[in-house]
Design a protein around this ligand. Sequence first.
Ligand code: SF4
Length: 382
Amino acid sequence: MELYIHIPFCASKCRYCDFASYAGCEAQMPAYVDALLLEARHRAQQLGNVMFETVFIGGGTPSLLPPALLDQLLTGIKAHFFIAKDAEFTCEANPGTLTEEWLRVAVRHGMNRLSMGMQAYQPTLLRTLGRIHSYDQVEQSVALARAQGISNISLDLMFGLPGQTLEQWLESLRAALSLHPQHLSCYGLIPEEGTPLMHDLASCVLSLPDENTERAMYDETLKLLASRGFQQYEISNFALSGYACRHNLGYWRQVPYLGLGASASSMLEARTDVAYTRETNLPTLQAYMAMVSQSAWEMQEVLPISLDEARFETMMLGLRTTQGVSEAEFAARHGMTMEECYGAKLRSLAQRGLMEHHDGYWRLTRYGMDVQNAILVELMDD
Ligand code: SF4
């Protein structure tokens, strides 16, 4: 099983961000950590003795938690749950907020992987995004983490940014590579409704690169990273051999997970005739903390996932990965073969060059990755 802990505090709100994160609410951090630990105790009683193979502290900006609160949080989590000795333990961090003391506490509690939001190299693009840091601070934060013994570092980058050229994107990518990360996540920007960035795009203050440029950015990413020894293991994720993120691979392979904190989701084994349930915590800081303090254990949503839906989710999530969906694992999980569920559709997709069968796996071709949504609609249709 996997554990996710959501820390929804940020130093300031990035201009493209619609995540559940809050700026200027640092005073609420102690009460929030108390609430997280109460939820952890409740979940530990509910789930019994579970062993977590991966831990991921995300946000928000977990590196904004004062070291003493991080220590309190991780001490409490370990008092309630078992964490495997060889667990992958990731924390997200924002350059410019990371300190030596924070890292020392995190490492003492077993953190062994750091995921840092670099996003771009150029100061103008960082300003457009509303990021609070410079590239120099990314460099300093990576050095600080390495000095504390973190040898597994991931950097997040974004392409398709307003005003970004192909050359600027490649410059960002090369700057990230010069820091020798073990893992890179490269996401295309998706402007979200209600964000300041979307407002600027809608009012033509900013404009996005055209479709051909954005496609060239992705294609060049695949080429450059392959030439530097990175394997693409998911649409947006690349790693040196042995450094694919176990936590995220677990999501795509439907490993059950527990999410703690405001807006966090869990996927738990069901005790009824559904495959599993997906539960989502109340989304806002205030509602979540009030719910926990009253021991009301109210959820924003509890969604039973039927056996049929679970089969489709196996395809939807597994096809994000370059390895694809294993026929053997599909049959073991669902008691039905992929041939029985999707045989004719898979063959038709293969004939059109969108999917391929390789070594017991069905996976998307490079062309199929570009039209993944249409493929999923086709698999879903009766
Ligand atoms: S640091 Fe991350 S979570 Fe916080 S505002 Fe920026 S994008 Fe959103």
